[in-house]
Design a protein around this ligand. Structure first.
Ligand code: GLN
Length: 445
């Protein structure tokens, strides 16, 4: 059914860099066998799932939306992929994304932009726009993306899905092509909190191959969905009502907050005073880490290689000139500058200090609150080409970035509509409180 749906709508939506239909049919047969024998069944056995093209899939191209990795077939699976394969998923394809996960619209894929199934003239958000569009258009029942500064929550918001960024360390990053290693997490897109709980459960937990993955035990996320949030303390950060948020988004979010009250939650305003420095700190830290992570693309180890020269330096220069798109180059330059001698203290070190202050803001608030609620994105889905200024694009993530800097978990959930387009509500939870935010998400549905 999903492959048929892909045949029907994918030419318009363009969510996939690769549709793995043969593999999907083979995996579906294997799932049938598992059902017939009744053994090794998992809630995801036989379920069609789409995977962002930044997650390594053995012998299957993993492009990261870049010319640099256009023909790259990893020799191993990401840990997340291994767990999904064990569960017996049916992988329908690899999904389009902003190059190396840098962007908020999926217009910066080196191949083609992805469109929002709610309005094909509009972007689905990014950088995991392909994963969001695939589920929103019914081409998969769930999908996975990566979130470094909002790349799951913002596209989730813009396509009316549940998009969850786990706590840093909750999910293994082994085999996730690195953008900013201290911020990156893999997480699910789903149509509802119940599906999201299963999709998270399957990939969560410590992995000896990722030293930053946490030994904290996982919870039973499905069991946490009690449907009852009476007495839960939910804070509304005052600093998240910023200028530039569309009035339609503000009113939809305010209505949602009222609904949380009606459901019995105790909702009160709170303050996270360092919020306003979040975007600035992120755009030092993320590019700094990216400039280091992306130095591996030298035309020698893997990926695209410019060979039309006998000069090693020219080969490297040309490899990077042709292999990377403009946004990636901008980040590499920003990051290299911020880390260079003489500027390190002025930029990188100060950004890290802000990061600590932002974490302390959250610690204080979470001492008294179970969760926070805010808009997930300042706007509804915009038109392709509408935002050409990189800084305007960076501001798409004002509400999502602080959670990555602090390492806490967050989820965006359907929060009403403005002018016929979905508005996302963001719920933030303290470290390893995925159960709490999913419980609220579920009760809210
Ligand atoms: N839009 C942000 C950026 O461009 C976040 C991207 C992400 O979360 N991968 O960096």
């Amino acid at each position: 059914v999903h492959l048929e749906r892909i045949r029907e709508v994918e030419p318009k939506v363009k969510a996939f860099t690769l549709v793995t239909d043969e593999l999907a049919l083979q995996q579906a047969k294997e799932a049938d066998k598992r059902f017939a024998s009744g053994e090794n069944l998992h809630p995801l056995t036989g379920i069609p799932i789409a995977i962002k093209d930044v997650i390594c899939t053995k012998d299957i191209t993993t492009t990261c939306g870049s010319r640099m990795l256009e023909n790259f077939k990893p020799p191993y699976n990401a840990t997340v992929m291994e767990r999904l394969n064990e569960a017996g998923i049916v992988m329908v394809g690899k999904t389009n994304m902003d190059e190396f996960a840098m962007g908020s619209s999926t217009e910066h894929s080196a191949f083609f932009p992805t469109r929002n199934p709610w309005d094909l003239e509009r972007i689905p958000g990014g950088s995991s726009g392909g994963s969001a569009a695939a589920v929103a258009a019914g081409m998969a029942m769930g999908s996975y993306g990566s979130d470094t500064g909002g790349s799951i929550r913002q596209p989730g918001a813009l396509t009316n899905l549940v998009g969850l960024k786990p706590t840093y360390g909750r999910v293994s990053r082994f085999g996730l092509v690195a953008f900013a290693s201290s911020l990156d997490q893999i997480g699910p897109f789903a149509r509802n909190a119940r599906d999201a709980a299963i999709l998270l459960q399957t990939i969560a937990g410590q992995d000896p191959r990722d030293g930053t993955s946490s030994p904290t035990p996982t919870q039973d996320y499905s069991a946490a969905l009690s449907g009852d949030i009476k007495g839960l303390r939910i804070g509304v950060p005052e600093e998240y009502w910023v200028e530039g948020t569309q009035p339609g988004v503000v009113s939809a979010v305010k209505e949602s907050i009222e609904r949380l009250r009606e459901l019995g939650a105790k909702v009160n305003p709170v303050s996270l005073p360092h919020t306003k420095y979040g975007v600035a700190a992120y755009y030092i830290i993320a590019p700094a880490e990216a400039s280091s992570n992306l130095s591996r693309y030298d035309g020698v180890k893997y990926g695209y290689s410019y060979r039309d020269t006998t000069d090693m330096w020219e080969a490297m220069e040309k490899t990077r000139e042709f292999g990377f798109g403009p946004e990636v180059k901008r980040r590499i330059m920003l990051g290299t500058y911020a880390l260079s001698a003489g500027y390190y203290d002025a930029y990188y070190k100060r950004a890290e200090k802000i990061r600590t202050l932002i974490k302390q803001d959250f610690d204080k608030v979470f001492a008294e609150y179970d969760a926070l609620v805010s808009p997930a994105s300042p706007t509804v889905a915009f038109k392709l080409g509408e935002i050409s200024d990189p800084y305007q694009m960076y501001l798409q993530d004002v509400f999502t970035i602080p959670a990555n800097l602090a390492g806490i978990c967050g989820v965006s959930i359907p929060g009403g509509f403005s002018e016929g387009l979905p508005v996302g509500l963001q719920l933030l939870g303290n470290d390893f409180k995925e159960d709490t935010i999913l419980r609220i998400a579920d009760a809210f549905e």
